[in-house]
Ligand binder design. Structure first.
Ligand SMILES: [Zn+2]
Length: 237
């Protein structure tokens, strides 16, 4: 299988491209650079390589599309990655902010038999521990927490950016996919959510990357991680 020949870097790019595709965001090199927090030249080089290897094509306006085989590979990479993450949290008890890189390393070793066993082991879980659907196409629409008004009820759907530092930050702040709460404060710098009698605070830029369902809901807009500012630091992958 050609999948085995992909480098880690290529897999990471296909994963990000697949996420853009899933989120219905334009598949452009600029959006890949934003999502991965990589420099434009690095992204252009890799996009060129993926195109030469027939995983993607570029159309007018430099919009990227998957080739049929590229899409199949990306789907498989993404599905396995999310399944392994769920297995690591639910079956092995590894904290959800520590599984992303671990899953990336295990993907290579995954046989169809192991995949079957892992699927059976995770029971009825349908998403990775960060809220992304394991079954392709099952993404639930959400809005960025940053857009939600004060007083609205929310349910945390997904952390769109799975950079490990960002996940540590969200976990430390007390956020977790599936939690339900109320937006207590939506300030210029910070967003405060009351989960029961516990209050959790994150920066507005991080709240851009947290997808929620909300009632009342702001108009739909997909979260695109651009420059994440956590306190004074900037985070990337
Ligand atoms: Zn995940």
């Amino acid at each position: 299988m050609a999948t085995a020949e992909l480098t880690d870097a290529e897999r990471g790019y296909l994963e990000t491209l697949y996420w853009l595709h899933e989120a219905e965001l334009p598949m452009t090199a600029a959006n890949v650079a934003r999502a991965m927090q990589f420099s434009a030249p690095a992204v252009h080089e890799m996009i060129g390589r993926l195109e030469r290897d027939d995983h993607i094509t570029r159309g007018p306006g430099k919009v990227i599309s998957f080739t049929a085989s590229g899409e199949r590979q990306a789907e498989e990479i993404v599905r396995r990655h999310r399944l392994i993450e769920r297995f690591l949290t639910d079956v092995l008890g590894i904290p959800w902010d520590e599984v992303h890189d671990e899953a990336e390393r295990l993907e290579h070793a995954m046989s169809p038999v192991l995949e079957e066993r892992m699927l059976a082991a995770i029971g009825d879980a349908t998403t990775c521990p960060h809220g992304h659907p394991i079954r392709v196409g099952a993404r639930i629409p959400g809005v960025p927490l940053a857009d939600v008004g004060e007083g609205a009820s929310i349910r945390v759907l997904r952390f769109e950016n799975e950079a490990e530092d960002l996940l540590h930050y969200l976990r430390d702040a007390g956020f977790e996919p599936g939690l339900e709460g109320t937006v207590a404060q939506s300030g210029e710098q910070e967003i405060v959510v009351a989960f029961g009698d516990r209050r959790a605070t994150i920066t507005r830029s991080v709240a851009e990357t947290v997808s929620v369902t909300a009632d009342p809901s702001p108009p739909p807009r997909v979260a695109l991680p651009e420059q994440l500012v956590l306190g004074v630091q900037r985070y990337g992958r």
